[in-house]
Design a protein around this ligand. Structure first.
Ligand code: PMT
Length: 397
């Protein structure tokens, strides 16, 4: 996989920079070529000499180095890379990348790069959880960079938590998987519904719910990473469109159904949207006023179309149809009833009664199918998305 591949490795400041040396050896052993940029911070932890000796290539450190520019311009350094890895990526490096700064060789190269980029953050656990760092990470993800989550454990600073740079072997495996593994869903079209629907009552009011869209967006991202062409049909959310995903914005369940049917044919349909079951029969043309008499207006509702059920029974039915079930009681029994009623292949059942699911970063899912029930441990919504993607790959493979 690595044979004749050029990896540009950016080593920024951090005690874990020594692991990058082991990473260079692994890439070289696998037949790859490694060019390295060492930031000023990185130079405090590993020397240019050790990096050059292991990579068997010159090490680049200065933006304004006459020698480096005559040998290889900084733009060329980025352009010649098949893949770019930033490991360790310090909080400062991540902030510079998110801000689009070009103040040193590393940030300039990364700004000029058109190859895929993987970031391996490493820092103190409190820093890692700082909203400023997390916002920057979200920005990089949205731009299509791959973030390898830091590992948990004892830190050099004496604290314990999430923030360690993964071991060189794990970094190597992730590089292999992300950049060079075959994309198993290449050529497949996936349709994903996400977020809430808003059912209008009058020009200023609607019936909605607390769905943030996070679970559905994570699924769209994971499917895209696996090579699928993804159409994401989204209710109103504050989220950024995952890189490479086609997003169609809708408001109501009716809009969602018509967008979903227009997106067919598809090989895969995943309905994670929290669709309103009912919609007002009549939408008032102007804002409904309070009555002087104190009379409360009645809201007459009718049933909305069921998008999941429609897709699962469609003449252009996708090969795999997966729904979700948000339940406050009798999780498994209700989800099993839904799988039959809607004719889908799988239901991801999540209990929305206790621990927060709507808007949260993680989820606890029971996967239901005709074959039985599998409980997945509580994990990030990205983790759930990856499990669903793996399941689809297995089914379609
Ligand atoms: O968006 P997040 O904040 O990340 O939260 C994630 C989530 C809780 C919204 C998600 O994990 C989830 O459970 N989504 C489904 C919510 C829901 O509407 O469940 P339900 O049990 O009411 O519906 C069952 C299935 O039918 C769902 O796949 C739903 O998309 C679908 N449905 C329901 C009604 C309808 N009219 N059309 C549908 O397609």
């Amino acid at each position: 996989m690595f044979t004749d591949k050029n990896i540009l490795l950016v080593i920024s400041g951090g005690i874990a920079a020594y692991k990058s040396l082991a990473l260079i050896r692994l890439i070289k052993k696998a037949g790859g070529r490694v060019s390295c940029i060492l930031t000023k911070g990185g130079e405090q932890f590993v020397t240019p000499l050790s990096v050059a000796a292991l990579s068997e290539a010159p090490v680049y450190t200065d933006l304004f180095s006459l020698k480096d520019e005559t040998e290889m311009g900084h733009i060329r350094l980025a352009r010649e890379a098949d893949a770019i890895v930033v490991a360790p990526a310090s909080a400062n490096m991540i902030a510079r990348l998110a801000g689009g700064f070009a103040q040193d060789l590393a940030s300039t190269c990364l700004l000029a790069a058109d190859s895929p980029i993987m970031i391996a953050p490493a820092m103190n656990p409190v820093m890692w959880n700082n909203p400023a760092v997390q916002d920057n990470i979200s920005t990089l993800k949205r731009r299509g960079m791959h973030i390898m989550p830091p590992a948990s454990g004892d830190m050099a600073c004496g604290e314990t938590g999430e923030g360690r740079l993964p071991e060189a072997e794990d970094l190597f495996a992730e590089i292999e998987r992300f950049f060079f593994a075959p994309k198993p869903l290449n050529g497949k079209h996936a349709l994903v519904t996400a977020g809430p629907t808003y059912e209008p009552i009058d020009p200023v009011r609607f019936i909605g719910n607390h769905s943030s869209g996070k679970q559905g967006y994570a699924i769209a991202h994971a499917l895209r990473q696996a090579g699928a062409t993804v159409t994401l049909i989204s209710g109103p959310t504050a989220l950024q469109t995952p890189h490479g995903v086609k997003r169609i914005d809708i408001q109501s369940a009716e809009d969602m159904l018509s967008a979903a049917e227009s997106a067919l044919p598809a090989d895969i349909a995943i309905c994670s949207a929290a669709v309103a079951d009912w919609t007002p029969v009549h939408i008032a043309d102007s804002k409904i006023k309070k009555q002087a008499s104190g009379e409360i207006p009645a809201l007459n509702l009718r049933e909305n179309p069921d998008i999941l059920k429609t897709l699962a029974n469609h003449k252009k039915r996708p090969r795999i149809v997966i729904g979700f079930a948000a339940e406050t009681n009798d999780l498994i029994a209700n989800a099993q009833a839904k799988i039959k009623k809607k004719n889908c292949d799988y239901i991801c059942a999540n209990d929305v009664s206790g621990a927060q699911v709507f808007g949260a970063e993680d989820n606890h899912v029971h996967l239901i199918s005709a074959r039985g029930v599998t409980e997945w441990p509580r994990m990030s919504k990205d983790g759930v998305a990856q499990k669903i993607t793996d399941l689809i790959i297995e089914e379609l493979g």
